[in-house]
Design a protein around this ligand. Structure first.
Ligand SMILES: NC(=O)c1ccc[n+]([C@@H]2O[C@H](COP(=O)([O-])OP(=O)(O)OC[C@H]3O[C@@H](n4cnc5c(N)ncnc54)[C@H](OP(=O)(O)O)[C@@H]3O)[C@@H](O)[C@H]2O)c1
Length: 301
């Protein structure tokens, strides 16, 4: 019988790609969503984290849970209320599932979860691996709380792995659409100094990592989900301009402008995170895309 996998946030950017790939590989996939009535082609279970409501049938037969749910970090201004929602939609959601597992018989063995490189905060030139300490700032705080909540699964005897996702490059949607628009409208430029490290990853590799972890019993703990060759922001935009055959003018949008327009959220574009991917490579994951140019050529084809 096909292994059953439950994906939280299965309607999102990553969830859409991941659920399709898992189904292609022969897994039986269901998802948790606040709006099951909108979901086609997948079994969808209702939950509401605020009301602490969850369809208890969601765990039936499930062996692996992949936790992607969470309010979108890039949406809206980071008010105190928004920050609380960003954290609780990630921590209380997995908490609701763990509570259900304590009350109900289940077959769950593995929990895999998204996290983000934001856990390291702004670290300049420091090389960051999974043993590096968390940084400061809201993103770091949010990711620490998120990872701690997911890690509670080990007390339930589960295998738990968390992926610190970097700048995710996808064929459609996400951050690459914004950069493409800037390049095509000749407004591409350095963000702040342009020297900050961008830990990019091609979506095929992120999805590949989740699949690898579903199938590999030794995959546990935390992994940087970023390509082994991060680039600086200015190199990222220059490479994208070359791939799209557009000029790159290396003028800079001042940091202060981002801070004025985006407030605290400007850390999303200004922070420097130079991550290493050695741990996942040593554990046996083989990257499909090692070069940014090849990744961008593939994604903009
Ligand atoms: N994309 C990236 O570049 C990136 C980078 C680093 C980390 N990540 C992390 O990876 C995960 C998946 O990313 P994504 O880009 O696929 O996110 P996304 O497109 O924003 O989707 C997030 C999903 O979470 C669910 N959700 C949102 N608010 C919720 C709430 N209050 N309660 C319960 N569910 C809620 C939504 O499901 P329903 O609306 O169906 O309920 C949605 O499908 C996220 O946690 C994200 O922070 C993403």
């Amino acid at each position: 019988m096909a292994k059953k996998i439950l994906v939280t946030g299965g309607t999102g950017l990553v969830g859409n790609m991941l659920t399709k790939k898992l189904q292609d590989q022969g897994y039986e996939v269901s998802i948790m969503t606040r709006s099951p009535e909108k979901v086609k082609n997948l079994k969808a279970f209702y939950w509401d984290i605020k009301k602490q409501e969850i369809d208890e049938k969601c765990l039936d037969g499930v062996e692996t849970i992949i936790h992607l749910a969470g309010e979108n970090i890039a949406d809206g201004r980071w008010t105190d209320e928004r920050k609380k929602a960003l954290v609780s939609s990630r921590t209380e959601s997995i908490g609701l599932i763990y509570d259900l597992m304590k009350r109900k018989e289940h077959q769950v063995k593995t929990v895999l979860s998204a996290s983000a490189v934001g856990i390291y905060g702004d670290r300049g030139e420091e090389i960051l691996d999974e043993t590096s300490k968390p940084g400061t700032g809201f993103l770091a705080h949010c990711c620490e709380e998120w990872e701690k909540a997911v890690e509670q699964g080990t007390d339930l005897g589960l295998r738990v792995a968390k992926f610190r996702i970097g700048l995710l490059l996808t064929p459609k949607g996400g951050v690459l659409d914004i950069f493409k628009l800037m390049v095509k409208t000749f407004t591409a430029s350095k963000l702040g100094s342009g020297e900050q490290w961008f830990p990019w990853i091609h979506s095929d590799d992120l999805i590949g990592m989740f699949l690898w972890a579903v199938e590999n019993e030794d995959a546990k703990g935390v992994y940087n989900a970023t390509a082994p060759n991060p680039v600086r922001n200015k190199e990222f935009t220059k490479t994208l301009s070359d791939v799209l055959h557009r000029p790159f003018w290396p003028f800079a949008i001042p940091k202060a402008m981002f801070k004025l327009l985006m407030g605290e959220k400007s850390e999303l574009v200004l922070m420097s995170t130079h991550t290493k991917a050695d741990k996942i490579i040593k554990a046996g994951y083989t990257f499909k895309f090692l070069s940014l140019k090849t990744a961008l050529e593939d994604l903009t084809r």
